[in-house]
Design a protein around this ligand. Structure first.
Ligand SMILES: C[S@@+](CC[C@H](N)C(=O)[O-])C[C@H]1O[C@@H](n2cnc3c(N)ncnc32)[C@H](O)[C@@H]1O
Length: 362
C-alpha cells in the first residue's frame, strides 16, 4: 500500500525539486493518498474546519432561491436548463439546492438537469450516496472538456473549488528586483523549501504589479498564482452558451493582492480545525488552500466574452438574496436555527470576512 507523501518524495528524488503547485496537486489529489481522495467526515475536510455548507442547509437554500430566479429569466422553449456544480465534494450542497427546489419550485426541479462536474470516481460515489432520492435529474460528468457540456444554458457554480486548485508560490527578491519561484526539495527525509533555479515563467510573472510598488516591496514578499484556477474559469466560461458563471470562495479583488498584511502570502494548511503555517507537513493529511485572485478570474472570463455582474463579499450577496426572497413571501418564517446559520454565514468574525462571490454572465 502507498504511504502518504511517498509519491512526492519519489518525484523530488527524480527531479531534485518540484514546484509548490506540483506538491499541492500531489498532496491533495493523488489517487488513494491525496487529502481530497479520503472519505468525507471524520478525518478529512469536514473534520478540519467549518464551511458555509457545513453550517447548515440555509446556504444551499438561499443559492437555490437565487438560481431559480436566474433560470426563470433564461427559459426558452425546447432548450434544457442546467445547473452545473463543480467541486461538490460529498454532495451536501447539491442536496441542499435540489431539496429546496423540489419543495418550492417543483416545475423547475422536474425539468432541470443538475450536473456534477467530478473527475474522481471515488467522490462521484460519495455524491451518489448523498443524493439518493434526489438523483432523477442528476448526471455526473468528469470534466469541462466533455462535449456533452458544450452550449450549456443555465448556471455553472462552485463553492470553495478554486481555492483548492494548485498554486505556484512566488517570492520577491528585492536586491535582484525580480521574482523567483519557491519549490519543494528533500533534506534527508524532510520536505524543505528551496528556490527553483529557473527564472519565473512569463505566464506566472505578476506583470500587473506597478513599478512604484515593487520599489518598496519587502524582500521575500510572497504571492501565489494559480494558472489552474484561471484556466478552469476560462474553460467553464467557454462551455456556457447563456447564463451565469459563479464562484464563491476566499479571495481578494483588484488592487488587494499586495496588502502589507500578507507578506507571507495567503497559502494556509488546515489540520483538525487548526490553521498551520507548516505547508509541507503531513502531505495528504492536511488541507491546503490559497486566496482566489478574483480580478484574474474576471479577466479570464472577459477574454472569452463574459461580463461581470457582481464581485462582492458573501454577506452582501446573501443579504440581497434574502431581502428579495422575503419581499416575495419566501424565507419569512425563520426559526432560531436559521437565524444562527445566517449570522454565521455573514458575520465578519465567522464566514463573512474573507468570502467573496463573483458572478459573470453571457
Ligand atoms: C474544498 S472542496 C469543496 C467543498 C464543497 N464545494 C463545499 O461547499 O463544501 C474542493 C473540492 O473540489 C474538488 N476538485 C478539485 N479539482 C476539481 C476539478 N477540476 N473539478 C471538480 N472538482 C474538483 C476537490 O476534490 C474537492 O472535493
Amino acid at each position: 500500500m502507498k504511504m502518504p507523501g511517498e509519491n512526492i518524495r519519489g518525484e523530488i528524488l527524480r527531479h531534485r525539486a518540484i514546484s509548490f503547485a506540483r506538491f499541492m496537486e500531489l498532496a491533495l489529489y493523488s489517487p488513494a493518498t491525496g487529502y481530497y481522495e479520503k472519505p468525507p467526515g471524520g478525518v478529512g475536510r469536514r473534520g478540519d474546519f467549518v464551511t458555509s455548507v457545513s453550517v447548515g442547509n440555509l446556504f444551499g437554500e438561499l443559492l437555490a432561491y437565487q438560481f431559480a430566479e436566474w433560470l426563470a429569466e433564461l427559459r426558452v422553449p425546447d432548450r434544457p436548463l442546467r445547473i452545473i456544480e463543480a467541486g461538490a465534494h460529498d454532495g451536501k450542497l447539491a442536496a441542499d439546492v435540489l431539496g429546496w427546489l423540489q419543495l418550492h419550485r417543483p416545475g423547475l426541479f422536474a425539468e432541470l438537469e443538475y450536473i456534477l462536474l467530478e473527475p474522481s470516481s471515488v467522490r462521484q460515489q460519495w455524491q451518489r450516496e448523498t443524493l439518493k432520492g434526489l438523483a432523477s435529474g442528476v448526471r455526473w460528468i468528469s470534466g469541462l472538456g466533455d462535449p456533452a457540456l458544450a452550449g450549456s444554458r443555465g448556471i455553472i457554480f462552485s463553492n470553495e473549488l478554486l481555492d483548492a486548485l494548485p498554486v505556484h508560490r512566488l517570492g520577491w527578491d528585492a536586491p535582484a528586483g525580480d521574482w523567483f519561484e519557491w519549490g519543494v526539495a528533500l533534506a534527508g527525509e524532510k520536505l524543505v523549501w528551496t528556490r527553483l533555479p529557473e527564472p519565473v515563467h512569463d505566464s506566472l510573472s505578476p506583470r500587473h504589479a506597478p513599478p512604484e510598488l515593487l520599489a518598496v516591496l519587502p524582500d521575500g514578499y510572497t504571492i501565489e498564482k494559480s494558472p489552474a484556477a484561471e484556466n478552469w474559469w476560462r474553460a467553464a466560461a467557454q462551455t456556457l452558451a447563456g447564463g451565469k458563471l459563479v464562484a464563491i470562495d476566499y479571495g481578494f479583488a483588484a488592487g488587494e493582492q499586495f496588502s502589507p498584511s500578507r507578506i507571507n502570502g495567503t497559502l494556509r494548511a488546515y489540520h483538525r480545525h487548526q490553521v498551520s503555517g507548516d505547508l509541507l507537513a503531513r502531505p495528504g493529511e492536511q488541507d491546503l488552500t490559497a486566496h482566489v485572485d478574483f480580478s484574474a478570474l474576471q479577466k479570464a472570463g472577459a477574454e472569452v466574452g463574459l461580463q461581470t455582474e457582481r464581485c462582492c463579499p458573501q454577506p452582501q450577496f446573501l443579504t440581497r438574496i434574502l431581502s428579495a426572497a422575503v419581499k416575495r413571501g419566501d424565507f419569512i418564517n425563520f426559526d432560531a436555527k436559521q437565524i444562527r446559520q445566517f449570522q454565521t454565514l455573514t458575520h465578519p468574525d465567522h464566514l463573512g470576512r474573507a468570502f467573496r462571490v463573483l458572478v459573470q454572465s453571457r
